[in-house]
Write a protein that binds this ligand. Sequence first.
Ligand code: F6P
Length: 360
Amino acid sequence: MERRRIGILTSGGDCPGLNAVIRGAVRSAQKLGWEIVGFKDGFEGLLPPGRFVMLDRHKTAGIMPLGGTILGTTNKGHFVAKVGAHGETAVVAEEVIEQARAVLKGLRIEGLIIIGGDGSLTTAQQLFEAGIPTVGVPKTIDNDLAATAMTFGFDSAVACVADALDRLHTTATSHRRVMVIEVMGRHAGWIALYGGLAGGADIILLPEIPFEYEKIAEAVRKRNEDGCLSTMIVVAEGAKPKDGVISAHATASGEYRMGGIADLVAANIQPICDREVRVCVLGHLQRGGAPTTLDRILGTRFGIHAVEMIAAGKYGHMVSYQNYLVTDVPISEAVNRLRLVSPEGQMVKTARAVDIDFGD
Ligand code: F6P
């Protein structure tokens, strides 16, 4: 008798923990006696003739500590469902969906696990609405997906920021400098807030709390007067001054790419803060490397639950982490709604309680 067969793919920007999800899904599917097909390079692997690899526990042995994804990924191509500065929804072309349907049918795929962020889950929802049985696994270092308290990859990114701050702190202190560290996160300040807190930042600039250059400089001058030898400023790539705009540019391919705010902060406070100011942009360091233990465990649990959802025929749903338990919600509840830092929330209050300034 033919064994039941499911598919899995990773889509959008990579992040630590993707391989833990793949491994978890493969192991639990194999336990049920199913076969599992891994599609390569995100949704693009679904295009004819289909680019895929048969996965099993031997092929996924030893991948837990690996960053990135063994299947490859892309945030471009034929299945992009989010475009522009604020992620406006685009519709995946009908003929592209039909091509994917034919490939999945030819391979006898009963259910497809899609591991991705807001854009990829929007594609998953569109495929589901077109009758393709999909389940979603939420992924992003930005931790900005609604309907889940946490995504894997975030903790590893935060660990990277904290480690960078530890390193930059010693050199900044030796030279009595101000260091401005730019971190990722798009429109959400979670990485900056958690990374800044864990790494002992003095000033954190978030997209959710517009800042004033004079206020930042004032906080630095006060620290100088108090005898502090250095000041560490963490700035989220999506942060902006009051009445200002986000630092970003459109690429030749029409992509909206954020970045550059750290240089602006440095240039604007340098003349008024009585200290030498230097910049460090952490960039893709935050997305690479081995996942933390938390992300390995979360990823494994998410992969297992995705298989359970297929076993229960719960398509159009996405794995969700709530109150320390793994559960699921309709994908439609999770997409198109960013989960942002609340300026009045407990984490911001915690930061203010340890004298972190937000430049507001
Ligand atoms: O969404 C994850 C993320 O790392 C953002 O924090 C960042 O703005 C973006 O992706 C970078 O994307 P790319 O790798 O395409 O430059």
